[in-house]
Ligand binder design. Structure first.
Ligand SMILES: [Zn+2]
Length: 482
């Protein structure tokens, strides 16, 4: 009797475990897709995203690394993730640089005096109290600057006059941003006193675009500013007349001691594959001129609202889905590096990464970088995104900056390309405010991230691993050595 009972119990247990296995198996196919479609459609109806970016921009506002706004953002974000119902919500300390732009005045003083609208570049130093005055030398772009070998720039102000084109994929940013990143250092190495650039951006408003510049390279740093496009036109016109133009710059920009900030992290804990992590990232910091709505309040809102929708589905994912709001992307990727270091021993457990850091425009293209043998899983995700007018691109995606250290260590990535036609009208300007965000397009993004994360976290198969790359040692010297 007892033996029979044991057999029955054992049989029941066996049956139960077979049923559980079957359930896990079942959700790998039609059910995962059906649930992902439900989550996608729910997001299109409404999500928390707009309310999240509204609160962040209206209550916290600008939050450059090391500022009081940065600290307030960390407190806000931890509370926000907790209120959504995420597990393990915590902060991980990140040391960040702290730079303050102070005040700035830029004007042509001869032969045609005009005040110009400008902003200091992140990392630039200030001038003496009386400012600096010097003749201006124009170069078309940073390559022309890098090619200069003589001393023609000694004691001059260099003007880098590269226009950036408006494109759907934002593709002209890459070729223009080196002027901001490397221009000041290259100019200083050639004896220039200061650098003025045409803004790296496509704004037609009289607003300059800020952003970071490289410091180091055996030089101490020089004052460096960006003119609004309209003001760059004024300076370019005056220079075209072949008369020497003298510019005056006063800046009180300065670096302050490093500060403490934090990555803010929350999880949806997985079930049978809980140790495997699907990571969604965005950056919490912003530049100081606007309120960081499109860069990157939108990304914070997109991934956080995606978390809420997955939680609301009531289905526990098999893998853990982790949401990371990174510290200081803008001024040196401090948060990205700190995360990769703190999680060094489990990097190979990060099965795939997705990052939202290109504003709030609708997604129109989906690319990936996964092991070639796992493209069928990518195709299943693409099929769920297809009704949102999203085409699959290729398997050569490069992904965002904050997940780049994880990608270099072999983590596959999914890349959702947003419409960036107007992104660089606002990027890093005082115009980066909430009114630039379209609620419907924002929700379309939430639909994409939530559905993709849900499929990635529930599928039997993963995305394989990428070849581990050496850390990127590209530097501004590469421009000179070409
Ligand atoms: Zn950004």
């Amino acid at each position: 009797m007892q033996k029979q009972l044991l057999i029955i119990i054992a049989g029941l247990l066996l049956g139960l475990s077979t049923t559980l296995a079957a359930a896990a198996e079942a959700i790998t196919s039609a059910e995962i897709i059906r649930q992902a479609e439900l989550i996608r459609d729910q997001a299109l109806q409404e999500s928390e995203a707009y309310a999240i970016v509204e609160e962040l921009t209206m209550l916290v506002g600008p939050r450059p690394a090391g500022s009081a706004g940065d600290k307030a953002a960390v407190v806000w974000a931890e509370e926000m993730l907790r209120s959504l119902g995420l597990a393990n919500v915590h902060t991980e300390a990140v040391t960040v640089p702290h730079w303050d732009r102070g005040s700035l005045a830029v004007q042509t003083i001869s032969p045609y005096p005009q005040l110009l609208t400008a902003t200091s570049l992140g990392g630039s130093i200030g001038t003496a109290e009386r400012g600096l005055q010097a003749p201006v030398v124009r170069v078309a772009d940073v390559k022309e600057l890098a090619a200069i070998r003589g001393d023609e720039l000694a004691n001059k102000i260099v003007f880098i006059d590269k226009h950036m084109e408006r494109r759907q994929d934002g593709g002209d940013y890459e070729s223009t941003v080196a002027g901001r990143g490397c221009g000041p250092m290259l100019a200083e190495q050639r004896g220039a006193l200061a650098t003025v650039i045409r803004s790296v951006g496509t704004s037609e408003h009289r607003v300059p675009h800020t952003g970071s510049m490289s410091v180091g390279g055996n030089v101490a740093g020089i004052p460096a500013v960006a003119l609004s496009n309209a003001d760059a036109d004024i300076l370019a016109y005056q220079l075209q007349r072949n008369e020497p133009v003298t510019l005056s710059i006063f800046s009180s920009a300065r670096s302050l001691p490093e500060e403490q900030s934090a990555n803010v992290i929350g999880d949806i804990v997985g079930t049978d594959k809980a140790d495997e992590i699907v990571i969604l990232g965005a950056h919490l910091d912003s530049w100081d001129q606007g309120t960081g709505a499109i860069d990157d309040g939108a990304g914070v809102a997109i991934i956080s609202a995606a978390a809420k929708l997955i939680l609301d589905s009531g289905i526990k994912p098999r893998r853990t889905i982790r949401f990371v709001l990174f510290a200081n992307e803008e001024f040196g990727l401090s948060g990205a590096r700190a995360y990769a270091k703190a999680h060094e021993t489990t990097i190979d457990k990060h099965v795939v990464g997705m990052e939202a850091d290109f504003g709030a425009g609708a997604v129109w293209n989906f690319s990936s970088q996964v092991d070639e043998s796992r493209l069928s899983l990518v195709q299943r995700i693409a099929k769920v995104l297809q009704p949102l007018d999203i085409k699959y691109g290729n398997n050569e995606a490069s992904g965002g900056a904050d997940i780049s250290p994880l990608r270099a260590a072999g983590m596959p990535i999914l890349d959702f390309v947003q419409d960036g036609t107007h992104y660089f009208d606002y990027h890093h300007t005082p115009d980066d405010t909430l009114d630039k965000i379209d609620r419907q397009a924002l929700n379309q993004n939430v639909a994409v991230y939530a559905a993709a994360a849900f499929i990635a976290a529930n599928s039997n198969e993963d995305f394989g691993r990428l070849t581990i790359k050496k850390p990127d040692h590209w530097s501004c010297d590469a421009l000179t050595n070409k």
